[in-house]
Design a protein around this ligand. Structure first.
Ligand code: ADP
Length: 396
C-alpha cells in the first residue's frame, strides 16, 4: 500500500509518502509559511530537494501542491493520485476519548473537534488538514493517530492533579502526555532490539527533542509520562520551562506587568535551555558554547541533564525497577555529552556507560557496558513510520 502521512501544524505541514510493504519513504517534505506566503519543500528518494515558493493561502492549497508534486511526471513518486491508498494524520489531542488510532468518520471527526479545547493551537490545524485531504482525495480512507493515545493506560494516581476534583469532572483537567506515537514505537523497538519480552518488561523512554518527554512503560503499557494537560509540564525543554512552582506565574506577571497570555508565552517560548543560556534552544549551539566555557550554557546543560536524571529515578520507583532506558529524538539520538551527563547520575542503579559506544548517532545501539545492571540504548524514533503502520492496520 501507499500511505501518505500528514502532520499538520498551524502554518506548516510535514508529509511523507511511504510504501507500507517495504516501509520505504518514496517522497517527503514540508510546506511552510501557509497563510503567509508559502514554500514547498519536496524530496523524492534519491533526488535533490526541490524548493518551490508559491502562494498557499490555506492548508488546502498546500495539500494540493503536495499532491501535484507527488504525481509530477518528472519527479513524482506515483503516476496517479489513485495510487495513494490511505492517509494517516497525526492528531495532537485525543482527550480521554481516544486510546488508540481510529478511522476518521464524520462521527469521529466531531469527537476530535470536542478535544479542541484541550489543544487550541494544534487540534484545529490537524482538523483543517484532514478536511482538506478529504476534499482533494474523496473516498480515500483517512486514519487519525493521536499523540495522547499511548498514555491513556496511565492509572488514575498518575494522571490526576492535586486540584479540585470537579475540574477533572467538568473540564477534563488531568495529565494526558504527548509524543505517544514515539514512546510507543521506541518502547516496542527497544524490547525487540534487546530481545526483551515486551509484555514482561520495564522500559523508560527518554524522548529528548526540542519538545522533550519521558515515559515509564511497564509490560508494554505506559504507566506514567512527564507531560501533562499540555506539553509544558515535565522536563526542561528547548524553550519550554517544564515543571515550575505555579506561584511563579503570579510573581512574574506582577513584576513584568504581563497578563496570563504574556506569562504563558514566556513559559512556552522564552524559557527552557534557551531561556537559561541566552544562547540557543539547539544543543549543537549549546555544546559549542559549553566547550567555550560559557557559564550560562553550562548551567543550561546541567539543569537539562539533572531534570532528566530525576525523572528516570522517579520512573524506576513508579515501576519498582527498570530493565532498559532508551534515548530517542534529536538530542537523545545525537548528543553524547548530554547522555553521558544523565547516566553519570544513575550509578546507583548499576548503570555503566560504554564510552566508545556512546559516541553513536542515530542508530539502534546499546551504550551501556555488558555488565551494566540496566541496559541503556539509543533507539531512533520514526513517528511517520509508526503512523503509517497504524494506518495500514486500520485500513486493511
Ligand atoms: P522536535 O521534533 O521536537 O522539533 P527533534 O527531535 O528534531 O525535535 O530535536 C531537535 C533538537 O535536537 C535540536 O534542537 C537539537 O538540539 C538536537 N539535535 C538535532 N540534531 C543534532 C545533532 N546532530 N547534534 C546535536 N543535537 C542535535
Amino acid at each position: 500500500m501507499h500511505v501518505l502521512v500528514i502532520n499538520c501544524g498551524s502554518s506548516s505541514l510535514k508529509y511523507q509518502l511511504i510504501n507500507s510493504d517495504s516501509e520505504e519513504v518514496l517522497a517527503k517534505g514540508l510546506c511552510e509559511r501557509i497563510g503567509i506566503d508559502g514554500r514547498l519543500v519536496y524530496q523524492k528518494e534519491g533526488l535533490d530537494k526541490e524548493i518551490t515558493e508559491a502562494a498557499m493561502p490555506s492548508h488546502k492549497e498546500a495539500i494540493r501542491m503536495v499532491l501535484d508534486a507527488l504525481v509530477n511526471p518528472k519527479s513524482g513518486a506515483v503516476s496517479a493520485l489513485s495510487e495513494i491508498d490511505a492517509v494517516g494524520h497525526r492528531v495532537v489531542h485525543g482527550g480521554e476519548r481516544f486510546a488508540a488510532s481510529v478511522l476518521l468518520t464524520e462521527e469521529v471527526l466531531a469527537q476530535v473537534e470536542e478535544c479542541n479545547d484541550l489543544a487550541p493551537l494544534h487540534n484545529p490545524a490537524n482538523l483543517i488538514g484532514i478536511r482538506a485531504c478529504q476534499e482533494l482525495m474523496p473516498g480515500v480512507p483517512m486514519v487519525g493517530v493521536f499523540d495522547t493515545a499511548f498514555h491513556q493506560t496511565m492509572p488514575k494516581k498518575a494522571y490526576l492533579y492535586g486540584l479540585p476534583y470537579e475540574y477533572y469532572e467538568k473540564y477534563k483537567v488531568r495529565r494526558y502526555g504527548f509524543h505517544g506515537t514515539s514512546h510507543s514505537f521506541v518502547s516496542k523497538r527497544c524490547a525487540e532490539f534487546l530481545n526483551l519480552d515486551l509484555k514482561n518488561s520495564k522500559i523508560i523512554v527518554a524522548h529528548l527533542g526540542n519538545g522533550a518527554s519521558i515515559s515509564a512503560v511497564k509490560d508494554g503499557e505506559c504507566v506514567d509520562t512527564s507531560m501533562g494537560l499540555t506539553p509544558l509540564e515535565g522536563l526542561v525543554m528547548g524553550t519550554r520551562s517544564g515543571d515550575i512552582d505555579p506561584a511563579i506565574m503570579e510573581f512574574i506577571a506582577k513584576k513584568e506587568h504581563l497578563d496570563i497570555e504574556g506569562v504563558m508565552n514566556v513559559l512556552n517560548k522564552k524559557s527552557g535551555v534557551e531561556g537559561i543560556s541566552g544562547v540557543s534552544s539547539d544543543f549543537r549551539d549549546l555544546e559549542a558554547a559549553y566547550n567555550e566555557g560559557n557559564q550560562r550554557a553550562i548551567d543550561a546543560c546541567e539543569v537539562f541533564a539533572y531534570r532528566v536524571a530525576k525523572y528516570i529515578g522517579a520512573y524506576v520507583a513508579a515501576m519498582n525497577g527498570v530493565d532498559a532506558v532508551a534515548f530517542t529524538a534529536g538530542i537523545g539520538e545525537n548528543t553524547s555529552f548530554i547522555r553521558k551527563k544523565i547516566l553519570a547520575y544513575l550509578g546507583y542503579l548499576g548503570i555503566q556507560m560504554d564510552e566508545a559506544a556512546n559516541a553513536v548517532r542515530g542508530e539502534d545501539k546499546v551504550i551501556s557496558t555488558a555488565d551494566s545492571k540496566v541496559t541503556v540504548c539509543v533507539i531512533p524514533t520514526n513517528e511517520e513510520l509508526a503512523i503509517c503502520r497504524e494506518t495500514v492496520a486500520l485500513v486493511k
